[in-house]
Design a protein around this ligand. Structure first.
Ligand code: UD1
Length: 364
């Protein structure tokens, strides 16, 4: 049996790592089992890609498509053209994709048109917001995939409502949490950036087009963050897209001169998780960080109008506040005043999602 595993962008790497590892364990007793890792090259900076391979012990990709940046159509098209050649040459039995990035959708469409079966890890998440490129990627991927591995029962319900056959849906848990639990201790012992004190700083991440591509929204968000930063220092590992927009809108220099908002380069996995673990709270528009903070028990203030991960609000430490500056500040101040809910950990977020996925695939 031959599997091609696809990863393209930063949030894919922590999801693919434990799946590769679970396959490796089966390969010890199954010499017929072939597994190849394909990196599409959607993310290519060493800080967005290579450093994650090093931190997570992921072997070098067998194939790198090297597609790089571009518009959505350019990036998706380039992945499809390059991945088609790989599929024709390698003839895998299965292609496995993770998450919701452009590479996920592009490889799914390509494989299905060649009659190759597709498994989607992290299926069924829905923000119901069609202005998000990720929502379009999720819908296209899930309508085509043959096996849909889900992280929670809400995702199962979404898929059933869309008419996905029951036998295709497989609730396995969360491979991103497999990685988190595996590396938690190492992350905790990473040195904090100089001058930061345990629990006495907040972490900020911001990269969604909906937030950073509009000068008005970005200015509003940083207005609120500036006021929060008067009460607690804020560390901001900045995504390349956000840096580019800050420069374009003429906001970069002023932000860099702010003492209490410390803008740093994107961090690799272990230093970032370590930073979050030692923080008082996280302010973010990321998807995966909502899940990681739930498991780590760190309050998470999500600056988006919706989330495809509602379980983190229902059970976890996530508070959805949108981009209204008053709501952002009020959520942060209530965390600072000690009003913090004890989060529960969602079912099957137990570090064993990847073995469940591989067992199910090998039983096909
Ligand atoms: C992508 C994903 C998003 C994910 C995010 C994590 C899609 C539609 N979006 O968004 O779901 O949360 O990754 O980072 O797939 N760039 C670099 N170096 C890199 C990669 C990107 O400088 O290694 C810059 C380029 O200028 C590029 C921009 O960042 O144009 C955006 O990158 P892109 O991959 O298009 O989307 P992200 O915003 O990173």
């Amino acid at each position: 049996m031959k599997f091609l595993l696809v990863a393209g962008a930063r949030p894919n790497f922590m999801k693919i790592a434990p799946i590769l590892e679970a396959f490796r364990q089966h390969q010890e007793t199954r010499p017929d089992l072939k597994v190849q890792l394909v990196h599409t090259g959607q993310h290519y900076d060493s800080k967005m890609s290579d450093s994650f391979f090093e931190d997570l012990g992921i072997p070098d990709p067998d194939i790198n498509l090297g597609v790089g940046s571009g518009s959505h159509a350019q990036q998706t098209g380039r992945v499809m053209i390059a991945f088609e050649e790989v599929c024709v040459k390698e003839r895998p039995d299965w292609v496995l994709v993770v998450g919701d990035v452009n590479s996920t959708m592009a490889c799914t469409i390509t494989a299905k048109k060649l009659g190759i079966r597709v498994a989607h890890v992290e299926a069924g998440l829905r923000s119901f917001d069609m202005t998000m490129p990720e929502e379009i990627n999720r819908l296209c991927t899930d309508v085509l995939a043959d096996l849909l591995f889900t992280t929670d029962p809400i995702a199962d319900r979404n898929l059933r409502r869309e008419g996905v056959a029951e036998e295709k849906i497989c609730f396995v848990g969360n491979t991103m949490i497999d990685t988190l639990l595996r590396h938690r201790d190492r992350a905790w012992s990473m040195p904090l950036p100089e001058g930061l004190v345990d629990r006495e700083f907040a972490v900020l991440t911001l990269h969604r087009p909906g937030n950073v591509d509009s000068c008005e929204t970005l200015t509003t968000i940083f207005g609120a963050i500036g006021e929060i930063a008067r009460h607690i220092p804020v560390v901001f590992p900045a995504h390349p897209r956000t840096i580019a927009r800050l420069k374009e809108f003429g906001l970069f220099d002023a932000l860099q001169n702010q003492q209490s908002i410390r803008m740093v380069e994107p961090l690799s996995y272990l230093p970032f998780v370590g930073l979050v673990m030692h923080s008082r709270m996280v302010l973010t528009d990321s998807g995966g960080i909502q899940e990681e903070t739930t498991v780590l028990g760190i309050p998470c203030i999500t600056m988006r109008p919706n989330t495809e991960r509602p379980i983190t609000c229902e059970l976890g430490s996530n508070i959805l506040v949108g981009t209204d500056p008053e709501r952002i500040k009020s959520a942060a101040f209530s965390v600072l005043n000690g009003s913090v809910r004890e989060p529960a950990i969602p079912e099957k977020w137990d570090g064993q999602a990847a073995p469940r996925i591989v067992d199910r695939l090998l039983a096909q």
